[in-house]
Ligand binder design. Sequence first.
Ligand code: RTP
Length: 151
Amino acid sequence: MEEVEETYIMIKPDGVQRGLVGEIISIFEKKGFKLTGLKLFQCPKELAEEHYKDLQSKSFFPKLIDYITSGPVVCMAWEGIGVVASARKLIGATNPLNAEPGTIRGDLAVQTGRNVVHGSDSPENGKREIDDNTALRLHFGVITPSVEIVI
Ligand code: RTP
């Protein structure tokens, strides 16, 4: 049976500036996932570098850090069965020009360097990215229990 997981979804500064927050949240809600943490956040340079540390050696790394720190982001924790892989499908390919229509990047973006949203690539990274974001995790205590899922 598939596991209930959690994933870290971040609406990047271009998504916030373009007024896409509601639309993106709605996509995950309509799919059936549960929002368990949410905050608007100006990411400091050090945290952006930590979040993207696996890409440190890439030539685009400095531009990526400038982009992520260029304005507020929306940090979210989402929970559900298979949410990590499903969220990546809903988000679409890294390069929006290769992303399928019907995905967030496929419908709402053009450039890799302005691709609107981030989603964890594994359940382990989902947990780590939510834990790194201490203030987000604090929200968990006040969330009401989920409605029982009957399959
Ligand atoms: P994300 O981590 O943001 O969800 O993106 P991803 O897994 O689809 O892609 P990844 O390879 O992890 O890259 C992270 C972010 O770096 C920027 N990027 N720019 N060639 C480039 O200019 C380039 N390649 C990647 C994108 O913002 C990408 O989402």
